[in-house]
Design a binder for this molecule. Structure first.
Ligand code: ACO
Length: 434
């Protein structure tokens, strides 16, 4: 394992009018090269312009390595395939947040810390009465997570490691409870309290599906599938929601406020919300007699806003390794349950058709993490509006790890600049003369 970042002896030379600048080159532990432009403005008066941050490295990070050309994803150096096979979600969360896999004592103590905080303050339940019955659970999740900051005013100091630690435990413990309550609210059933004798995933399924009238015993295959899904979603370096968490956290906003903002970013259909949008699309195609060619053609038509949901990725220009893991698990689960989901068949047909089409081949558009995950969630009985909520539960350790790393590195407030394109100075005209 090597993990050094070196200031390479190489430099990049930039010439702007009569000024020539020698810029340091930074090389990451996997050989990624970045040109350090932090002195650019002070030396030349110019800034870089990189809309949508396609070429911008916003930070150095030791958490997740991603190579989109080769389809590689590693958390703290461990391949995602290995972690998905050998770890459970809480071990993976520990790895991301603290940097190393836990010993058995560390894992036991971490699990105990999480168990201790699974319940919500009773007063928080009253918030749920204020939301409309058909409220989207992502809206509820973001609001209630933000509201944790009003209940835990004892842990708001971002520079106090003990306060940060208890906030981390509270968040990981309570997010499944907050999520399951939002589902119960939407179907008019009473909230089910967490049961601390159960594992993290079993407990979530218990809170989702038990009722006071009948206990729910989670099928071990469901628990395994959920565990795997949470692991593959746990981190993905500087994606939109993680960058949001870092951005908000850079102002020294507390962890609850930062995560609440990240949940909002994840909700969008171009990001985590794609899993819900993807299943809605697969349902529509199924109703349309499985006519996948029609939807592939629509996605290619530049006059049409339609896109194949669950397809394409900013970084992966090869198969998304998470999609491969999820597809295998999906296949295994459906076979084991002896379930024939027409959506899985349509999804496979759609994938085959798109990957034969030069439009998708030339643009290197492959199925992403959201393409098959919904089929598994459906098999577990999770309603479609909860899919992105499951993504948020999975992504939480990644968000926390990045928030912590950012503070540990002593980063400054994140504040991009802009190239102003509005009117130059003009004279004010009183309202009666306009
Ligand atoms: N269907 C059809 N065409 C697509 C798709 C798609 N799903 N994705 C990209 N393209 C096309 C674009 O139209 C563009 O074509 P052009 O070069 O002719 O203009 C080209 O491929 C590049 O696409 P961009 O939008 O520039 O790529 P970008 O990196 O900005 O966007 C994104 C990536 C948002 C993921 C995009 O592929 C997309 O919208 N996919 C569908 C939504 C989705 O599945 N999001 C989940 C991503 S994974 C995650 O966030 C967890």
């Amino acid at each position: 394992m090597t993990s050094a970042v070196s200031e390479s002896s190489k430099t990049a030379r930039l010439v702007l009018e009569d000024k020539e600048l020698e810029l340091p080159v930074v090389v990451g532990s996997e050989g990624e090269v970045g040109i350090d432009i932090s002195s650019l403005r002070s030396q030349t008066g110019a800034i870089t312009l990189d809309e949508a941050y396609v070429n911008t490295g916003s930070t150095r990070s030791a958490i997740t390595f991603l190579n989109g050309e080769d389809g590689v994803l590693r958390y703290r150096g461990y391949p995602i395939e290995t972690l998905a096979e050998h770890c459970d979600f809480l071990e993976t969360a520990y790895l991301l947040i603290y940097g190393e896999l836990p010993t058995s004592d560390q894992a036991a103590s971490f699990r105990e810390d999480i168990r201790h905080h699974t319940m919500l303050h009773e007063d928080m339940k009253s918030f749920y009465n204020g939301f409309p019955r058909d409220a989207h659970p992502m809206g509820i999740l973001s609001s209630v997570v933000g509201a944790l900051s009003t209940f835990y005013q004892d842990s708001m100091d971002v520079h106090d490691p003990d306060q940060v630690e208890v906030s981390i435990h509270r968040l990981i413990a309570k997010l499944p409870t907050i999520a399951a309550y939002s589902h119960k609210k939407s179907i008019g059933q009473p909230f089910v309290y967490p049961k601390n004798s159960l594992s993290y995933c079993e407990n979530f399924l218990h809170m989702m599906f038990s009722t006071p009238a009948g206990d729910y015993e989670a099928d071990p295959d469901f628990v395994e599938a959920l565990n795997l899904l949470l692991i593959v979603h746990a981190d993905h370096e500087q994606n939109c929601s993680t960058s949001t968490v870092r951005m908000v956290g850079s102002s020294n906003a507390n962890l609850f406020a930062s995560i609440s903002a990240g949940i909002g970013a994840l909700w969008g259909p171009l990001h985590g919300g794609a899993n819900e949008a993807c299943v809605n699309m697969l349902e529509q195609i199924t109703r349309d007699n499985g006519n996948v060619q029609k939807y592939v053609d629509m996605a290619k038509d530049k006059q049409n806003n339609f896109r194949l949901m669950g397809f394409g990725h900013r970084v992966y220009k090869n198969r998304d390794p998470r999609a491969t893991i999820i597809k295998t698990s999906c296949d295994k689960l459906l076979q084991k349950l002896d379930l024939k989901d027409p959506l899985f068949e349509v999804a496979q047909k759609l994938e085959e058709t798109a990957l034969r089409d030069s439009y998708f081949v030339e643009r290197k558009l492959y199925p992403n993490v959201d393409f098959y995950s919904g089929v598994i969630y459906r098999a577990l009985g999770i309603p479609v509006q909860m899919f992105t909520v499951l993504f948020a539960i999975g992504r939480l350790p990644g968000w926390i790890a990045h928030w912590k790393e950012m503070h540990a590195d002593g980063s400054r407030i994140n504040r991009p600049r802009q190239i102003y394109t509005g009117p130059t100075r003009r004279d004010f005209v009183p309202v009666d003369q306009r």
